[in-house]
Design a protein around this ligand. Sequence first.
Ligand code: UN1
Length: 503
Amino acid sequence: MSTIQTILKKNGFFRKELFSGDLKVYSPINGSEMASINQHSRAEAEGTVLKSKEAFDKWRNVPAPVRGELVRLLGEELRAEKESLGQLVTIECGKVLSEGLGEVQEMIDICDFAVGLSRQLYGLTIASERPGHHMREVWHPLGPVGVITAFNFPVAVWSWNAALAIVCGNPVIWKPSEKTPLTALACDRIFKRAIEKFEKAGHSAPEGLLQVLIGGRDIGEVIVEHKAVALVSATGSTRMGSVVAENVAARMGRSLLELGGNNAMIVTPKADLELAIRAITFGAVGTAGQRCTSLRRLIIHDSIKDDVIEKLVQVYMSLKIGDPLSHNTLIGPLIDEGAFNDMQDAIKAADVQGGGVVCGGMQVKGVKGGYYVEPTIIEMPRQSSIVRQETFAPILYVMTYSDLNEAIEIQNDVPQGLSSCIFTNDIREAELFLSASGSDCGIANVNIGPSGAEIGGAFGGEKETGGGRESGSDSWKAYMRRQTQTVNYSRSLPLAQGVKFDF
Ligand code: UN1
């Protein structure tokens, strides 16, 4: 407890206002109450949307490279705050410090990416079929962007959205998870500092360019239902995502969804097993199994199963579980009691469905007041209903295969489609996995686990994962509207498709 308070104080995150509300914020490290903060009302949330609309009217006219300068300054501020924000991420969501710092690095990376992008919001020029005409595609700012984030990546996923949205000319309304509002308030403060520097350099940013809304479902509903919110980018469960998708579609808005994952690894007899064991371990137990991209299913050739499991169990036994702030810890706590219960329920269901626990599953002491668990390996006779479901915990279901096509079929036979990977040194196996009849996921890796993607690629998945793409590549296009422009610089008015309309 004292360490947590010391960190909050040292970083200037410990302010009186954080103790005047009714949203209690607990640290998963020891369950201690860190703050009780004010929540916004529905009316306030509506006011926020209107303010965002006003900010949009101004910000869209600021040249994109100047908008990029603000994001460059945000990246600088994040560099300066990497240590303190990384620590705050750790104490608020429980991931180990190296991963907390990694999350802030991911924010810095996306800022750098977005700064470059601010001079590259390219559209096409298109050959016109009519003489004296030219056609082009222009990307315009879209409007206020609502960002709803989850507890497990409390700041990085926001930054993927915010850095792109702002460079693309859009203000941002951010509703963080109720479990991790402090990191959001810290980012708001960091963003304000970037704005101060931006304005000191002679630029101007409208009020309300970034607004943080604290609250639960009712606040989320305002963002989802308000016509002025042009894009709703939501990360969370498939259940939440389908409500968002339906409601945003009903008002013809745009949504970008990053929902559940149920990520698998295929390990073939041609794999470098040492590499595979490292990747399995990080994928399945890193972030205590609480990434959307966490490894949940191992589909392993029957000839090597026993060997791999034996090696894995040895590694699992050696992993340090406990306080995520302390140096050698690799597995921190689950976010809360609910997550612990979900894990226990999944283990019981797996048992009923014919599974056998190979190792783990028990609660461990860790730090008093937190929910610490042993990472768990369960052998399953088949891909039963519990395996087809995402449980946000360090449970790894192991299944076997004898033919690679069968393995790919198992890999694809789940409702989710986020991340996937194969371990093999055989180019034929790897390329089959990556082909049109291979993995059906948004992310497919060879000799890399399913989690820990770089920001440069588009991030997201198919099927119940929601279909959205965030972060790198051309994901920015989701934050802009495309306009096809045709200009006639001739003295006549020829019609397309040769249509005659003479009068
Ligand atoms: C998430 O879990 O919602 O690829 C995001 C990864 C991270 C992002 C995960 N870069 O694991």
